[in-house]
Design a protein around this ligand. Structure first.
Ligand code: GCU
Length: 674
């Protein structure tokens, strides 16, 4: 088990020593009852290990496992298909002398064990408890962008916990602790290598790596998590010198079939493949004039016999455009590529769609593929790692943004056709659906670089489990599990978390315009960093106005991809939600916003306000010195210093840029550099 010598931050929300209790405060004895045949199951063993560890560390109570039902007070674990609960669901009932956790599956028991631990840690009375919990989304997935050399694409929390120097790390200790963290919030799928599959990672599906990967798969399996691998579409060429990777070539199809057969011999429980094809210079079916349905279905055929899935990403766009050409609009790309393929994918293919049409900006509208695609399995892709949202130096709690996405009404089947109902499979009845997140962890001591960023991983898992939870509920849960239940701590941290997304947006890019970051690494302001670039990411600021006209009437026509009434809402500048104004319209600086301010004055104002907010976070945080774990306190304190410095840089660069473009002063006469 995880050693006590690790810092408190290492345990994240699984710190079981936080506010230790006396064993006499626990009334359900020191026995865990579990039928003998269940003890053979790895997942049940994990549940028991976790309960034992918790009771030992939290109550100093050593729990015994018994296989005969005791008469004295005890915890009972029971799995039977007769409870009528769906996969992963559990019920927890505390009666006179028994606390029963029952489920129809072993995973349900594991989630129930973590559920009980949460209840106790959050000081919810156990007596009389009756809880039914069921995961709303079937696939609850983590994507790693880890490379075999140990680096992590868009990683801000150290090196990979899986790889070092193009080899798989042999010590599974940390990987096991990671599996515990993920299982505790209900994650059940993980892809452990970058969607950009380079030279060494292409070999992951060969004997060079398979045995070691099988060891990782086993660790996750005992926590109810299925392992996936990102594969290189051109693997038949790279690994075996086939002439091409054409999905309709029988030689290629046979190669994948044989390869899958072999992989599944070594890793029988493999979830399947994740594929980034024809995107950002990755190979794909377009090279052979084939569709993405043909490409995905070929792989799906290869893994079908083993219950495997193919998760195919829709992040497909041309990254070699000419900024002079005003007819191409990157926002349109995913929809344009995939909408006509609806219904053509095998039933073990899932399309993975980023929440927005561009690329994980702090504010984007929702991808119109949601609601557009009806007869296709779909997974919504979020980015937990803070590539464009402060790179884990800044506090930016992303749950409120994800909630907006999940609650977005597509009107695909009339009112109340929300994205959360599409990805849960409820709206269209698609079989394989869910949510995936590009994770924010690495080998940093607290896993996420900045310990506050762990709230995003926790929140992601909780939203996958239950997208109806509110941001506030999730923040409160995470705070009390991580930092304890002190009222002031909870108030201060909750306020910072819940306002942090808006704060970040305020001092960075206004009203949905996005980008304005330094090229390549994407950290810090560079207003025209991507303005003349081949990546298709423009804001078109000139001396009169800023924004991208994506209307049907005068713009790129992107708006047409939405269903009514969203289409009309976005088309009309008067009804377009203001926070997305510059995403959909090119707007004059003197355009009057709903509150009477001009666009320019709004930009100036929010940049000053954003910095003030960060200052107020810093002050509030300092008031917690001594009330929380000192390492945690110090790490966040340091982060806030960087955040304040950066926020000022953003404010001054943005405000000066617009002042220089317009020559118009701030109406409140604050300092804008000339
Ligand atoms: C972004 C990100 C890349 C990543 C890509 C993807 O463009 O910057 O690092 O590979 O998204 O999602 O495939």
């Amino acid at each position: 088990m995880n050693g006590n010598e690790k810092s408190k931050m290492y345990h994240c929300w699984l710190d079981y020593q936080l506010h230790k209790k006396q064993s006499k405060e626990w009334i359900y004895g020191n026995q865990i009852y579990c039928a003998e045949d269940l003890l053979k199951e790895g997942v049940i063993q994990s549940a028991i290990d976790e309960l034992k560890l918790f009771f030992l560390q939290h109550f100093d109570l050593s729990m015994d496992v018994v296989t005969k039902r005791p008469v004295q007070a005890h915890i009972a674990l029971d799995v039977a298909e007769t409870y009528g609960l769906k996969e992963g669901a559990y019920e927890m009932v505390a009666e006179d002398n028994q606390l029963l956790i029952h489920a129809d599956s072993c995973n349900g028991i594991l989630y129930g064990a973590f559920g009980l631990i949460q209840v106790i840690k959050r000081q919810i009375p156990v007596q009389g408890l009756k809880i039914k919990e069921e995961p709303i989304n079937k696939i609850r997935m983590i994507n790693h962008w880890d490379n075999s050399d140990g680096s992590i694409e868009r990683g801000y929390a150290g090196k990979s916990i899986f790889y070092h120097n193009n080899e798989i790390i042999q010590d599974m200790g940390r990987i096991k602790d990671y599996a515990r963290l993920l299982a505790s919030v209900g994650i059940n799928s993980i892809c452990i290598n970058n969607v950009n599959v380079h030279h060494y990672e292409t070999q992951f599906i060969t004997d060079i790596y398979l045995k070691d990967i099988a060891r990782i798969a086993k660790v996750f399996e005992t926590y109810g998590i299925r392992l996936f691998l990102s594969v290189n579409f051109a693997a038949p060429i790279s690994l075996d010198h086939l002439e091409n990777a054409d999905p309709l070539n029988t030689e290629v199809r046979e190669w994948w079939r044989k390869t899958a057969e072999h992989i599944y011999k070594v890793i029988p429980n493999l979830g399947g493949f994740l594929v980034k094809a024809d995107s950002e210079n990755r190979p794909g079916p377009f090279t052979y004039g084939r569709t993405h349905a043909e490409g995905a279905n070929m792989l799906a055929d290869a893994v079908r016999a083993y219950g495997g899935l193919v998760i195919w990403r829709c992040f497909v766009y041309n990254c070699h455009v000419d900024w002079r050409d005003r007819t191409t609009d990157r926002a349109r790309a995913a929809y344009d590529h995939f909408i006509d393929l609806d219904g053509q994918f095998n039933d073990n293919v899932i399309l993975q769609i980023k929440n927005g049409p561009m690329d994980f900006q702090i504010r984007e509208p929702l991808s119109p593929l949601f609601g557009g695609l009806k007869n296709t399995n779909q997974i919504l892709e979020f980015q937990i790692t803070q590539e464009y949202t402060g790179q884990q130096k800044h506090i930016c709690f992303l749950v409120p943004m994800w909630k907006e996405c999940l609650d977005f009404d597509t009107y695909a089947k009339g009112e109340n056709s929300r994205i959360k109902d599409i990805v849960s499979g409820n709206l269209f009845g698609n079989k394989e659906t869910g949510i995936a997140g590009v994770v924010n962890i690495g080998d940093s001591e607290c896993w996420s670089g900045n310990p506050m960023a762990a709230a995003n991983l926790y929140g992601f898992g909780r939203l996958c489990w239950n997208p109806h939870l509110s941001s506030k509920e999730i923040a409160d849960e995470w705070i009390s599990l991580t930092l304890g239940s002190d009222k002031k701590v909870r108030e201060v941290v909750s306020k910072i978390l819940l306002t942090s997304r808006k704060t970040y947006e305020d001092y960075t890019v206004p009203l949905g315009i996005g980008w304005m970051v330094n090229v390549g690494h994407h950290y810090g302001p560079n207003i025209e960093g991507y303005e003349y670039s081949p990546w298709g990411t423009y804001h078109y600021a000139d001396y009169k106005g800023i924004g991208v006209d994506r209307t049907m009437e005068t713009g790129t026509g992107y708006v047409r991809q939405y269903l009514e009434p969203n289409r009309s809402l976005y088309e009309n500048i008067k009804t377009c939600p203001e926070e997305l104004l510059l995403f959909f319209h090119h707007v004059a600086y003197d355009y009057e916003l709903k509150d009477g301010r001009t666009l320019l004055q709004y930009i100036y104002d929010v940049h000053f306000e954003g910095v003030e907010q960060v200052s107020s976070y810093q002050k509030a945080w300092k008031s917690l010195n001594g009330s929380i774990d000192q390492d945690f306190y110090n790490a966040v304190n340091e982060g806030l210093e960087i955040q304040l410095k950066d926020a000022k840089e953003w404010r001054d660069v943005v405000n000066t840029y617009f002042y220089r473009k317009t020559g118009i002063r701030d109406s409140k006469n604050r300092k804008i550099y000339e």
